[in-house]
Design a protein around this ligand. Sequence first.
Ligand code: SF4
Ligand code: FES
Length: 372
Amino acid sequence: MSTSSSIAPPIAMLAELTHRCPLSCPYCSNPLELQAKDSELGTDAWADVFGQAADLGVLQLHLSGGEPAARPDLVDLTRAAAQAGLYTNLITSAIGLTPRRLDALEAAGLDHIQLSLQGVTAAMADHIGGYRGGYDRKMSIAAEIKARGIPLTLNAVMHRQNLDDLPRTIDMAVELGARRLEIACVQFHGWATLNRGALLPTREQTDATKQIVAKAQTRLRGVLAIDFVPPDYYSDYPKACMGGWGSAGLNILPDGTVLPCHAAESLKHLSFDKVTDRPLREIWYDSAAFNAYRGVDWLPDPCQSCARRDVDFGGCRCQALAIAGDAGATDPVCRKAPGRDRVDALLQAALEAGDSADLVYRVSAPTGTRPA
Ligand code: SF4
Ligand code: FES
């Protein structure tokens, strides 16, 4: 069991300012049930959280959602975070941003923008985002970001329907002046699990993607940094989810609930504190939820005796629960895990559903229209 003195402070915090979002991406990893607007923390409460985070040792703040630009006080929140001494990264679809708002965000101290990309054409992007006209608005704001020289990361969530456009995605990142491109193959948490059949890439796509990424990383060295998150169902070993539970980062939901990872609310046997009820420092160091899977002492076999024990910490707790039925089990993606056959069965079912599987959109998308 870890003790307070052996626990390092978090480096990064993801603040989900709101669950409201004009887009309706089928790969959304937010939960099936979204939090309502009237449960969101207000401006002062968020500012207090940012101050607590900085005191705790957090360096990077990711302003996320939903769509954070749906918050009318986004500029005030950014200013509060910058004044607390945090490096601020706005994770956005660009819907809700305007040139004037970009100016205000810059003046408030915004350090970086992470722009999502749903596709390289309006037809694909608007189809995936479930928002007609979204692509054109995104491209227009991307040009404004480039003109201002705001450091930009392009975040392309890739899946079966758009992976074949990867070479064009990479070219677009260069054209838009991005310094970094995240090619993130869809991870199946939250809403995305409803779309596994339609979105899981094929093995051929996955193999081709690895080669394209490796070549581009060499060709664009010094121009564009490329991060690649492969679809883990095809991997032999799991990722170190969140760099280890309660190890490097934390997430805060719109209502102030503090989670060790994005999908932790699915672990119903744990109870998560709100930052309005308990100081962030106490939650990080002392709460039962943050200590539940911290370190490696709790790990089951085969992890305990595995050479990768301190590399991946047994993988993802939420995936272990969702697929193996036990949050304390070895991540079933692992070839050594007793539950690996369940991942193989999911893979098989998703590939059989193949291109005939329809995308399932959130019916509650508050604005925007879907292409016919
Ligand atoms: Fe990681 Fe556990 Fe698999 Fe080893 S057995 S690779 S520690 S998940
Ligand atoms: Fe929760 Fe991986 S998403 S531990």
